[in-house]
Design a protein. Structure first.
Length: 561
C-alpha cells in the first residue's frame, strides 16, 4: 500500500512539473521536431529559413544575394537599439527595397516577382512581414527574461529527471526483491510430468535480467528526451536539438519501416523456431524417459538415450537452420553468400580427421564397446573410462594418468572390456588367471590343490563359481599350470593379482613345492628319475655314476716310469 501511494504522488509530481516545463518555452518557440530543409538560396535568421531568393542580379547569384540579406538581418536583429518599426518598404522604378533607416536590408526586382508569380510590391510586403516576425522572435528568445525562464525550466527538467531515475530505481529494487522472494513459490519451475525444463532459479534470473535491461533502455530514452528538451530551450542550441530530434525520428522511422517490411520473413523464422523448440522438447522428453527407465523401446538400450538425444537434437537444429537460412536478413547478399562458401570450404578441408573421429564415436556408442567407468584395455593402455565424447575417449590408468585417445584410433584398436561381465547378471564373472611352471617330479594333483587353496585365500576371489586349474602345456622339462579364479571387482585387478601371487608362493611353500622350472642336460647318471614316486617300483634306486679307466694297461702317465 505504501508503495502504491508513493507511485501516485510521483505521477502527480511528474504531471505538474511537465505542465510547468512545457507551458512557456514552447509557446513562443517554433516546432523544432521537424527542421525545415534549408537551401543555399534561402534567407536565414537564427537557423530558420524565411524565404528563398531565386533571381540573379548582375553578377550576384541567388545564393550570394541570400547570404548578404541573411547577414544584414542578423546584424539588425542583434542591435536591440534599433526598433523593428524602422523597417519600411520603399518602391523604386526598377526595384522595391526594405530599408532600416538609410540602410538597405532587402532589394527585390521584377525577376524575383516573376519567379514567385506575384506583384513585386506584394512580394516585398510579404517578405517584410516575415522579417519583422522573425526579428521579434529572435530578440524575445535572447532576452534576459526568456533566458532566465529557460534556465529555470532546464533546472526543473534536471530535477525531474533525477527524481524519475530515483523512483524507477526504487520500484525496480522492490520488484526484484519480490521476484526473488517468489522463487519456487509464486514462480515455480517449468515442468512436464517429471521432466524439469526450466528451474525456478533460471526463470527468476531471466526476469531479473529482462527488468534490468528494460530499466537501461528506459533510462537512456528519458535522458535522450531530457537532452532534446534542454537544447530546445536556448536559441543557440535549438537547431542542435532539432537535428537530434530529426535524427531520432528518422532512425526510429527507418527501424519501424524495415521491421514491418521484414515481418513476413520474421513470421516464418519465428514459426520455425517455435516448432523446433517444441520438437526438441518432445525429443528430450522421450529420450530422458528412456534413459530413466520410465518407458522403453524394443532393442534400444537405456545408455543409448543420451547420445541419441544429442545426435537427433543436432540434426533437428541443422535442418531448422537450413529451412530458416533463406529468410535471414541479407541471406541473398553476395557478402553473406561469400562467407557461407568460405566457411564451407574451411569445414571441407580441415575437418576430415574430426569427421572420422565423430563417425568412430557414433559407432563406438552403438556397438556398446564400453561405458564410462568400465575397466578396459585399448591397445597398450589399461584403465577406467572417465570420458567418452564424439571425438575422443579418455582413460585413467591405475597410476592416475589420463590418456586421451582419438575415437578413430580406439575403433581401429583391439578393445578388451573387463567390466562388461560384472554388469550383466546373466554372464559369468570375470576370470583372472596366472601361470606357473613346475617340474614333472611334482604330482599334478598336489599342485592343483595348492593353487586352488591360494586362489580361495585371496580377497575378492569368488568361492562360487569355484577356482579351477588348467594344464596349458607339457613342455620339455616342466608343466604349465594355469590357475583360473572368478572375481566381480575388475577395477582392482592389479591388487587382486598381486595378492594371488603372494598366496601362490605361501601355499606352495607350505606343501613343499619349490617354484622353479628345471632344465636337464644329456648326462643323467646318478640323477633321480623325474617320474613321480607313486609310479616307481618299491625297490627303485637311482643309478650311480660309472667311471671307466681310459689309459692303456702298464701306462702310468708319468715320464720315466
Amino acid at each position: 500500500m505504501a508503495l502504491n501511494k508513493k507511485i501516485k504522488k510521483f505521477i502527480v509530481l511528474i504531471i505538474v512539473i511537465l505542465c510547468l516545463a512545457i507551458a512557456s518555452p514552447f509557446s513562443y518557440s517554433q516546432d523544432v521536431s521537424k527542421p525545415q530543409k534549408i537551401s543555399e538560396s534561402s534567407v536565414v535568421l537564427s537557423g530558420e529559413p524565411l524565404f528563398e531568393i531565386k533571381a540573379k542580379i548582375g553578377s550576384f547569384s541567388p545564393e550570394d544575394r541570400a547570404k548578404a540579406v541573411s547577414q544584414r538581418l542578423e546584424a539588425f536583429a542583434e542591435d536591440a537599439s534599433l526598433p523593428i518599426d524602422i523597417l519600411k518598404l520603399e518602391n523604386q522604378s526598377d526595384e522595391t527595397v526594405v530599408l532600416a533607416g538609410d540602410k538597405t536590408i532587402l532589394a527585390l526586382v521584377d525577376a524575383d516577382a516573376k519567379a514567385a508569380n506575384k506583384n513585386r510590391q506584394e512580394l516585398t510586403a510579404e517578405y517584410l512581414k516575415k522579417i519583422k516576425i522573425s526579428i521579434q522572435e529572435y530578440r524575445e528568445s535572447r532576452s534576459t527574461k526568456s533566458l532566465l525562464f529557460s534556465g529555470l525550466y532546464a533546472f526543473l527538467l534536471t530535477i525531474l529527471l533525477l527524481i524519475i531515475f530515483k523512483v524507477l530505481s526504487q520500484i525496480l529494487s522492490r520488484t526484484l526483491q519480490r521476484i526473488d522472494a517468489a522463487k519456487g513459490t509464486r514462480i515455480p519451475s517449468l515442468r512436464i510430468q517429471n521432466i524439469e525444463f526450466l528451474p525456478a532459479t533460471q526463470i527468476t534470473d531471466i526476469l531479473t535480467r529482462a527488468l534490468k535491461f528494460l530499466r537501461l533502455i528506459l533510462f537512456l530514452g528519458l535522458f535522450y528526451l531530457y537532452v532534446l528538451l534542454v537544447l530546445s530551450l536556448f536559441p543557440w542550441t535549438k537547431q542542435v536539438g532539432a537535428s537530434l530530434s530529426s535524427y531520432l525520428l528518422k532512425s526510429v522511422g527507418g527501424v519501424f519501416q524495415a521491421f514491418f517490411a521484414y515481418l513476413p520473413n520474421l513470421f516464418v523464422i519465428a514459426l520455425v523456431v517455435v516448432l523446433t523448440y517444441y520438437i526438441l522438447k518432445l525429443v528430450q522428453f522421450i529420450f530422458t524417459g528412456i534413459g530413466r527407465g520410465t518407458f522403453s523401446l524394443p532393442g534400444f538400450y537405456s545408455e543409448w538415450a543420451k547420445p541419441t538425444n544429442k545426435l537427433v537434437t543436432f540434426l533437428i537444429i541443422a535442418f531448422a537452420a537450413i529451412v530458416a537460412f533463406p529468410y535471414l536478413p541479407g541471406a541473398k547478399s553476395p557478402a553473406f553468400q561469400g562467407v557461407s562458401v568460405f566457411l564451407g570450404l574451411l569445414l571441407s578441408l580441415g575437418s576430415s580427421a574430426a569427421v572420422a573421429n565423430v563417425v568412430a564415436g557414433v559407432i563406438l556408442i552403438y556397438t556398446r564397446a564400453f561405458e564410462v567407468g568400465d575397466r578396459v584395455k585399448v591397445g597398450d593402455a589399461i584403465g577406467d573410462i572417465v570420458e567418452k565424447t564424439l571425438l575422443v575417449t579418455r582413460i585413467r590408468t591405475i597410476k592416475n594418468v589420463v590418456i586421451t585417445i582419438p575415437n578413430a584410433s580406439v575403433l581401429s584398436a583391439q578393445i578388451i572390456n573387463y567390466s562388461s561381465a560384472a554388469q550383466d547378471p546373466d554372464t559369468p564373472p570375470l576370470i583372472l588367471h596366472t601361470t606357473i611352471t613346475l617340474g614333472y617330479d611334482l604330482p599334478w594333483r598336489k599342485v592343483h590343490e595348492a593353487l586352488i587353496n591360494a586362489a580361495r585365500a585371496t580377497v575378492h576371489i569368488l568361492t562360487e563359481p569355484a577356482p579351477f586349474v588348467l594344464q596349458t602345456s607339457l613342455d620339455d622339462f616342466y608343466v604349465s599350470y594355469e590357475i583360473n579364479a572368478y572375481t566381480d571387482k575388475p577395477k582392482i585387478m592389479a591388487k587382486i593379482y598381486s595378492e594371488l601371487h603372494q598366496n601362490i608362493q605361501d601355499k606352495c611353500n607350505e606343501v613343499g613345492i619349490e617354484i622353479l622350472s628345471p632344465h636337464y642336460r644329456a648326462m643323467r647318471d646318478g640323477n633321480q628319475n623325474t617320474i613321480p614316486e607313486s609310479y616307481l617300483p618299491a625297490d627303485y634306486t637311482a643309478p650311480g655314476f660309472r667311471i671307466e679307466r681310459l689309459s692303456r694297461p702298464g701306462f702310468s702317465g708319468h715320464k720315466g716310469e
